[in-house]
Ligand binder design. Structure first.
Ligand SMILES: O=c1ccn([C@@H]2O[C@H](COP(=O)(O)O)[C@@H](O)[C@H]2O)c(=O)[nH]1
Length: 283
């Protein structure tokens, strides 16, 4: 985030955070069933307490935290108010915030989403946003531009972890699979803004995928969900990330959150995962 005096790109900030704290990104996914399991109400107060305990457990342990916007959005304006607080608290904990909102629309509308999530001063501003390229990677130009102008980042869905994704994202065109085309287009944008550190434009590739896209020319971060509850393993992460392993953020949500509501128990699970998913030491 810009502070008016120094400007450091999202790619460089993430690089520093990963070297300091490792490659694990934990999700804040307040599923209704988890709220109930934690003895909390399925309401805004429940979301707030769930997020508070989560941040107490792992806010200082991991480089990035990914709130799942869907579980805040389902509570309407009260849920969004909690999400705004959570995004601010992630910054206070010294972690980077990745809002998993999977936004994507025609260019003029995408500009609105970009201002909402990536512009300085917006109540929902996050360090990075997940975006969907279904309308074409070019339709996301406003997100790339707004992210760059505000030292923020985007993660473009390339090959998602869900079992239904393969037929569409694995379909082959003249330049390879759809997923590969997305990775290559994002990589070209990182190359255009070459700075010596990883670029600020990343992709999402699931840890469950048997036929992943190549990531060697991405020059940016990879967000890799699918570990734990969805069946992905640390071997899968290494196989799929390949040369992008040092710049890969491994996301785990339910596997951690199910160990709550006890903060100490969650913290122990995160500490162990953080050891497993540490691919480079500090400078
Ligand atoms: O391909 C994707 C893209 C995003 N997600 C999101 O990541 C978390 C995963 O949660 P778990 O509980 O660890 O399964 C969740 O917020 C998804 O919406 C993904 O799983 N796959």
């Amino acid at each position: 985030m810009t502070d008016g005096t120094s400007r450091v790109s999202f790619g460089a900030r993430l690089h520093g955070a990963v070297r300091a704290r490792g490659n694990l990104c934990v999700g804040i996914d307040p599923h209704p069933a988890l709220l109930e399991a934690w003895g909390l109400g399925v309401d805004a107060a429940g979301l707030r307490e769930f997020s508070r305990r989560s941040l107490e457990a792992f806010g200082d342990l991991v480089p990035a935290i990914k709130p799942q916007v869907a579980f805040f959005e389902e509570h309407g304006s009260a849920g969004f108010a909690v999400l705004e607080e959570v995004l601010a608290s992630i910054v206070e904990a010294g972690a980077l915030s990745i809002a998993d909102a999977k936004r994507g629309d025609i260019g003029s509308t995408m500009a609105g989403y970009s201002r909402a999530w990536l512009a300085e001063g917006s109540p929902l501003a996050c360090d990075a946003l997940t975006v969907s390229p279904y309308l074409g990677v070019g339709s996301l130009e406003a997100a790339f531009d707004t992210a760059s102008a505000n030292d923020r980042g985007v993660f473009v869905l390339a090959r998602t972890s869900n079992p239904e994704a393969g037929g569409l994202q694995g379909a082959t065109g003249p330049s390879g699979t759809v997923a590969q085309m997305v990775v290559d287009e994002v990589g070209r944008r990182n190359a255009a803004s070459e700075t010596g550190t990883p670029g600020s434009f990343g992709v999402v590739v699931g840890a469950t995928v048997a036929d992943p896209p190549r990531l060697d020319a991405l020059s940016g971060p990879v967000l890799m969900p699918g570990v734990g509850e969805q069946g992905g393993t640390s071997e899968d992460v290494r196989r799929i990330a390949g040369p992008a392993l040092p710049h890969t953020l491994v996301n785990v949500s339910r596997h951690v959150l199910r160990s709550g509501p006890d903060v100490g128990a969650m913290r122990a699970v995160v500490r162990e995962l953080a050891e497993t998913y540490r691919f480079a030491g500090p400078d």
